[in-house]
Design a binder for this molecule. Structure first.
Ligand code: THU
Length: 160
C-alpha cells in the first residue's frame, strides 16, 4: 500500500474589494445575470460569467424545470454557451455568485460536482488552467487557479 496525499491550494479574499479589478468586473457581470436565473423551485439563483482570451464575456444563470433533472446550473449554461459561440477562444476566468430568495448567502458557493466535471473538460481541451472565483451574495471570495484544485483525480479523455 502506498498512501496518496492530495493537496489543493485555494485563496480566500475577505471581500470583493480585495480581488483584481478585472475580476470584480467579471463578478459584476455574474451578479447581473444571476437575476435572470429561472429558479421557481429552489429560489436559489446563480450567475456565472466567463472571460475569454478574445476579450468576450459569456454569461449564464441556472435554468430550472418542472422535471427537476432537466434544469441546468449557471456554470454549465455559461461554459456551453461559450463553447457554442466561441469554440476556438480559450477560457481564462470564470466568476460565480449565488443568492437565495429565502436567506442571505454570506458564504462562498462552490460549483457543484457536475459543473466541475463540465468545466475541467475545457481545461483539458485548451491545455491551460481556468481561474475560478466564487462567492455568495456578499462576503468572502474564493479563488482557485485551476478547476483541478476543486476536482483532483479528474476523469478525462486520458482515462478512456
Ligand atoms: N446551481 C447552480 O446553478 N450551480 C451550482 O454549482 C450549484 C447549483 C443551481 C441548480 C439549481 O437550479 C439550484 O442552484 C439549486 O440547486
Amino acid at each position: 500500500m502506498k498512501p496518496l496525499t492530495i493537496t489543493s491550494r485555494l485563496e480566500v479574499y475577505e471581500s470583493i474589494d480585495e480581488i483584481p479589478k478585472d475580476v470584480q468586473d467579471l463578478m459584476q457581470e455574474a451578479t447581473e445575470v444571476r437575476e435572470n436565473a429561472y429558479a421557481p423551485y429552489s429560489s436559489f439563483k446563480v450567475g456565472a460569467a466567463i472571460l475569454l482570451e478574445n476579450g468576450e464575456i459569456v454569461v449564464g444563470s441556472n435554468q430550472e424545470n418542472a422535471s427537476y433533472p432537466s434544469g441546468l446550473c449557471a456554470e454549465r449554461t455559461a461554459v456551453y454557451s461559450a463553447g457554442a459561440k466561441y469554440p476556438n477562444s480559450r477560457i481564462l476566468k470564470i466568476a460565480i455568485t449565488a443568492k437565495s430568495l429565502r436567506h442571505k448567502v454570506i458564504s462562498p458557493v462552490p460549483p457543484c460536482g457536475a459543473c466541475r466535471q463540465a468545466l475541467v473538460e475545457y481545461e483539458v481541451k485548451q491545455e491551460e488552467p481556468i481561474e475560478l472565483y466564487f462567492m455568495g451574495e456578499t462576503g468572502k471570495v474564493v479563488k482557485a487557479e485551476s478547476i483541478k484544485d476543486l476536482l483532483p483525480l479528474v476523469f478525462d479523455n486520458s482515462c478512456l
